[in-house]
Design a protein around this ligand. Structure first.
Ligand code: HEM
Length: 492
């Protein structure tokens, strides 16, 4: 059936079919048990649309690329981001992700210059310097937690590029605070009964403690900048000068600026870190792809740090990252509230209905991808690759709310990936099973702990080195003292 979309004035909502719901909790238990498996199963059972219930509230899941396009690109004004975030004050509900309409248009426009090509290219120096510092702290044979290392690196980069602060002394504490805020799931009691107990053992309490830690940092930063006479041209100064879009207030309040900063910091590091972690994992599982990638890196870079010009020539690297974000999209779903009655293929969605589109499901539709579970970067070859319909692949979202940080994220991921691979092949320990942890972003359930194998030429296999550089799995500090002498040969 052809997709028809239009505003509706009078039609009564008949929700698309879905599984039976339990009293009070609806389908929450199944959704929480295995969100990704559950929604994928819903697509297999019900096809293009399905309805489930979060407590009493219906949630309509849209599984067809045309629907994604219709909601995100063609009719964004019929939908709202506001209210998708929780209503409590601790959440950045006045940040760019969760404001709407004129406010969103004006405030996005105010910070947009910081994401123009010229500006973003200027961030390359910061990315390179901080990545080199990480490399200097690593040695061949070390065991490294890549999840935590990538998180700290991307957090340090985003705060320097957008707010001109170096968080190097606070990365552990702030990384932990973001983990508690983003990675701690809400409980059924919290979701359905609205019970919120602020103590250190509840998920809610952990999120509150994390929010307080981040608030202190962010409000201090705003106060310092307000008192600083010097001319600056970063996102913070753009926010301070931004019109608010409200009739009663000319500029943004401290709370609004705080929410923007928190949104940029959270959205700007966790996603890129996850993309990198999943990519290192996939490369370790696919030696033939790793060899092709290393060949490209060696040919294009000849051992140099990548420059902006080099980045354009690293096409296989692009395909690898695209394919990694297809299989493991760091943002795995997007939700919107319907604000104006809306029809989609004969189904009239009423204001207040929550709709959701999931990258996890759309990036795996067999009728589009053919072999959806295969990690095959060649599918992105513009000449011989497959045709991907619009709306089927959207790791950065689509339409007017598409990720503002995309150019930065793409440059950053490419620079970090190629710089690290010129030096090391991070090798997970045998038997490593990442598991899936879909919270706000999609992380591996188990952090990716690796052993650092020396970067080999493209045609050599890192498994050879794994056998030579086999270090007992003891703590880093212990090993530093007793690392066999021959390993020193590979130290930088
Ligand atoms: C691989 C990395 C990244 C991925 C996969 C990603 C993904 C996304 C997605 C899917 C959206 C759309 C959300 C929606 O429509 O509801 C989005 C929006 C956004 N992203 Fe990213 N993002 C990444 C990196 C970044 C970076 C580095 C920044 C920092 C500048 C950033 C800041 C934002 C902001 C502020 C928005 C809201 C835009 C708006 O509503 O106008 N993201 N991102």
């Amino acid at each position: 059936m052809a997709t028809t979309t239009q505003d509706m004035q009078t039609t009564k909502t008949v929700f698309p079919p879905g599984p039976r719901k339990l009293p009070y909790i609806g389908n929450l238990l199944s959704l929480r048990r295995d969100p990704l498996g559950y929604i994928q199963q819903l697509q297999r059972t019900y096809g293009n649309m399905a309805t489930i219930h979060l407590g009493k509230n219906p949630l309509v899941l849209l599984f067809k690329p045309e629907y994604v396009r219709s909601v995100l690109v063609e009719n964004p004004r019929n939908f709202s981001n506001a209210g998708v975030a929780q209503e409590d004050e601790s959440v950045a509900n006045e940040g760019l992700l969760t404001i709407d309409g004129e406010k969103h248009r004006l405030q996005r426009r105010a910070v947009q210059p910081a994401f123009h090509k010229k500006y973003v290219e200027g961030y390359a120096t910061v990315i390179d310097q901080y990545t080199q510092e990480v490399l200097q702290s690593w040695h061949v044979g070390d065991t490294v937690d890549m999840s935590s290392e990538m998180q700290k690196l991307t957090l340090r980069i985003i705060s320097k590029c957008l707010f001109n602060i170096d968080l190097s002394n606070q990365l552990d504490a702030l990384g932990g605070a973001f983990n508690d805020m983003i990675g701690t799931a809400t409980s059924v009691a919290e979701d359905v009964l609205r019970i919120r107990i602020d103590n250190p053992i509840t998920g809610y309490g952990k999120r509150m403690a994390a929010a307080r830690k981040l608030d202190t940092l962010i409000y201090t930063l705003i106060a310092q900048r307000r008192g600083d006479e010097r001319e600056q041209s970063d996102v913070l100064s753009m926010l301070l000068a931004s019109p608010s879009g409200s009739e009663t207030q000319e500029h943004l309040s401290d709370k609004q600026i705080h929410d923007h900063i928190l949104t940029f910091l959270a959205a700007g590091h966790e996603t890129t870190a996850n993309a990198l972690v999943w990519t290192f994992y996939l490369l370790s599982e696919h030696p033939e792809i790793r060899v092709k990638l290393l060949d490209e890196i060696r040919t294009v870079l000849e051992g140099r740090t990548p420059t902006i010009e080099d980045l354009g020539k690293l096409t296989y690297t692009d395909w690898v990252l695209n394919e990694s974000m297809r299989l493991y999209p760091p943002a795995w779903m997007q939700a919107r509230f319907v604000t104006k009655e809306f029809e989609l293929d004969g189904v009239a969605l009423q204001p207040g209905t929550l709709v959701m589109m999931s990258q996890w499901v759309l990036h795996r539709l067999p009728e589009i991808w053919g072999d959806p579970e295969a990690f095959r970067p060649e599918r992105w070859d513009p000449v011989d690759g497959q045709r991907v319909p619009s709306g089927a692949y959207f790791p950065f979202g689509m339409g007017p709310r598409m990720c503002i940080g995309m150019p930065l994220a793409q440059m950053e991921a490419k620079m970090i990936l190629t710089t690290i691979l010129q030096n090391y092949m991070p090798q997970p320990f045998p038997g490593y099973e990442p598991g899936l942890n879909p919270t706000i972003t999609l992380r591996p359930k188990q952090n990716l702990r690796v052993q650092l194998i020396p970067a080999t030429s493209g045609s050599e296999d890192a498994s050879v080195w794994r056998q030579i550089v086999r270090v007992p799995d003891v703590s880093l500090e212990e090993r530093k003292g007793c690392r066999p002498a021959f390993l020193g040969l590979f130290d930088k």
